[in-house]
Design a protein around this ligand. Structure first.
Ligand SMILES: [Zn+2]
Length: 129
C-alpha cells in the first residue's frame, strides 16, 4: 500500500505557482485548498498551513473578513500568518501612551483593543493589473 503523506513546503509553493497563471479570486480557504490539491498528487495539506505558506511566500494577497471577539487582544503573533504583530500607540484621556491598534505588516490583519477574529479569507492570486 502506498502511504500518502503531507505535501512539502516546496511542493505547496510550486502548486500555488501553477495556479497563478491567470488572475484569480478565491473566495475561501477551503476553495484555495481544493484548487492547490489538484497539483499535489494526492498529498495532503491543511487549510491553515496552506494559508500561512501562501502569505509568507508572497504568493497571494488576502482580504480578511472578521468578527469582533469579547476578549482583549493579547497575541504577540498574527493569527493569520504568524508574523510578529506591530502595536500602534495613541494617547488615552489622561495623556498616557496606550496600545490602540494591532497590525500585521505582512498580511494586513488589524485588530483594535478587542480582538478581531478572522472568519473568512478571500485570496487574490496572480499578477496585479
Ligand atoms: Zn499576518
Amino acid at each position: 500500500m502506498v502511504k500518502i503523506g503531507f505535501a512539502s513546503r516546496e511542493e505547496i509553493v510550486n502548486a500555488i505557482k501553477s495556479l497563478s497563471g491567470d488572475r484569480k479570486i478565491v473566495p475561501s480557504q477551503r476553495k484555495l485548498r481544493d484548487l492547490v490539491s489538484v497539483f499535489l498528487e494526492g498529498k495532503r495539506i491543511g487549510e491553515r498551513r496552506l494559508r500561512k505558506i501562501a502569505i509568507e511566500e508572497g504568493l497571494v494577497k488576502v482580504k480578511i473578513i472578521y468578527r469582533e471577539g469579547k476578549d482583549s487582544f493579547n497575541l504577540e503573533r498574527c493569527p493569520v500568518c504568524g508574523r510578529r504583530i506591530s502595536k500602534v500607540y495613541g494617547k488615552d484621556i489622561w495623556g498616557r501612551n496606550r496600545e490602540v491598534e494591532f497590525i500585521c505588516k505582512r498580511c494586513g490583519y488589524r485588530s483594535g483593543i478587542r480582538r478581531k477574529i478572522p472568519t473568512r479569507y478571500i485570496f487574490y492570486i496572480g499578477k496585479k493589473d
